[in-house]
Ligand binder design. Structure first.
Ligand code: AMP
Ligand code: ZN
Length: 457
């Protein structure tokens, strides 16, 4: 079956055909590492992780090249470093590590390539020189600016017209700009600011240039898929497109563009500037990564997603139902190919609501079977979930799961041992006290021939 994806440039679903099926290339705009990622940022990472998984299943894991950049030079980083009284490199390393760990906990496979902006300043200077030579950029007062008039298709992706652009881009109309919509490729650094020597003086790159250059260096002039959140369509992606096309004789930057919708909290898009954020890092203290991932994938990636505590609770409940069934087969880390129903849904522009419906159907089928047929059906269900990044936990561990009711696994095991001792000593009052204490914390004890086991209710 064909893989179709909604191409934001064409504004319609298109059959995906890579330029080279042996080397499928995708790039997603990654984090600016100056603080923790919020769950809206994580939505983008998880949505494109799912795409990456589908591409790997179709073309083979070795045939998909995925780059997600790390923006490690930026005014926000400079400010954070100053406030923390730490060197920039310490801040960016810390938050890049935290980002990787948090996304990993959400089941996001680490992209094969994670280029950094500071690692690409040389090629950025080379691209600016090329753009200047072609008349698409100009130097002025220590800055280098891109001339939007050099690219007639400017605005095609977002459909934003020129007047809106000038108003919407929060463009400071600096006197050295030839056109108010021109944007900065390079800006001068003061002595106490980080900077690199360049033909235009000591300075640092702008954010948009970074992505064009990293794509060129790591993946090539034209890639198959470029992704990011829908807020990046303008100006960021519009600028990437213009820079790359002008530097590469009009060759398009990407053959398909994909954008995820916003995660909202209350009436608004979750965003740091509005202050309505929930950090992925904090959620992971209270919820298993698969629960958060389930919640993130519960809506189709292009639709808005309303983030609530209730959504997490529902997601946990659903996963529990699946794990109850998975308990019936031995846990293994291996997985086979996903059943067609779920694969087909995902190949239809990552239709996760449909894929979840497919999982429920597989669960219902397995639940009605017995013996070997039942075990085989549960294994199919497991394979389907694994494709989406679920069911990777041993069910026994899942139900003992790390929740925040104050009782760690070790404490519970200790209490259980104490109860066993009390029973052996025929101190049933003490044994009952321990059981009541555990029960008050939502821990259910099941006495069996092999002794007592426990799970969270
Ligand atoms: P930023 O660190 O703001 O550049 O964002 C990193 C990624 O997260 C980008 O692809 C953004 O488009 C995306 N993003 C930011 N906020 C949200 C949100 N509330 N919902 C969905 N995606 C978002
Ligand atoms: Zn980008």
């Amino acid at each position: 079956m064909a893989l179709t994806i909604y191409d934001s440039m064409a504004r319609e679903k298109r059959v995906f055909e890579p330029a080279d099926p042996n080397r499928v290339t995708m790039y997603v705009c990654g984090p600016t590492v100056y603080s923790y990622a919020h769950i809206g940022n994580a939505r983008s990472a998880v949505a494109f992780d799912l795409l990456y998984r589908i591409l790997r299943a179709r073309y083979g894991a070795d045939h998909v090249v995925y780059a997600r950049n790390i923006t490690d030079i930026d005014d926000k980083i400079m400010k954070a470093a100053q406030e923390a009284g730490e060197p920039i490199e310490a801040i960016t390393k810390k938050f890049a590590d935290i980002y990787r760990a948090d996304m990993g906990a959400l089941g996001v496979i680490r992209p094969g390539l994670e280029p950094t902006a500071t690692g690409h300043v040389g090629p950025m200077i080379a691209m600016m020189e090329k753009l200047i030579e072609k008349g698409a950029a100009y130097a002025a007062e220590g800055h280098v600016l891109f001339s939007v008039d050099a690219y007639p298709d400017y605005g095609k992706l977002s459909g934003v017209d020129r007047d809106e652009m000038i108003a919407g881009a929060r463009v400071e109309v600096a006197p050295y700009k030839k056109n108010a919509a021109d944007f900065v490729l390079w800006k001068p650094s003061k002595d106490d600011e980080p900077g690199w020597d360049s033909p235009w003086g000591r300075g640092r790159p702008g954010w948009h240039l970074e992505c064009s250059v990293m794509i060129e260096s790591e993946l090539g002039e034209t890639i198959d898929i470029h992704g990011g959140g829908q807020d990046l369509r303008f100006p960021h992606h519009e600028n990437e497109i213009a820079q790359s096309a002008c530097a590469h004789h009009g060759a398009p930057l990407a053959r398909y563009w994909m954008h995820n919708g916003f995660l909202r909290m209350g009436a608004d898009k979750m965003s740091k500037s509005l202050g309505n954020i929930v950090l992925a890092h904090d959620l992971l203290k209270d919820w298993h990564g698969e629960v958060i991932r389930w919640a993130l994938l519960s809506a189709h990636y292009r639709q808005p997603l309303e983030w609530t505590e209730e959504l997490l609770k529902q997601s946990k409940k659903q996963l529990d139902r699946f794990y109850r069934l998975l308990e019936d087969i031995p846990f293994t880390e291996e997985a086979g190919d996903a059943p067609e129903s779920v694969m087909l849904a995902l190949e239809d522009d990552l239709n996760t609501p449909e894929a979840f419906a497919g999982l429920h159907e597989l669960r219902d089928i397995a639940g009605q079977l017995e013996g070997e047929a039942r075990a085989a059906a549960i294994a199919r269900l497991r394979d389907a979930g694994r494709l989406m990044g679920f069911f990777n936990e041993d069910p026994a561990k899942w139900f003992k799961g790390a929740e925040t009711d104050g009782l760690t696994e070790a404490v519970i095991e200790g209490l259980l041992a104490a109860r066993a001792d009390a029973r052996k000593a025929k101190d049933f009052q003490k044994a009952d006290e321990i059981r009541d204490k555990l029960s008050a914390h939502g821990i259910v004890i099941e006495d069996g021939p092999q002794g007592a086991t426990w799970r969270r209710a």
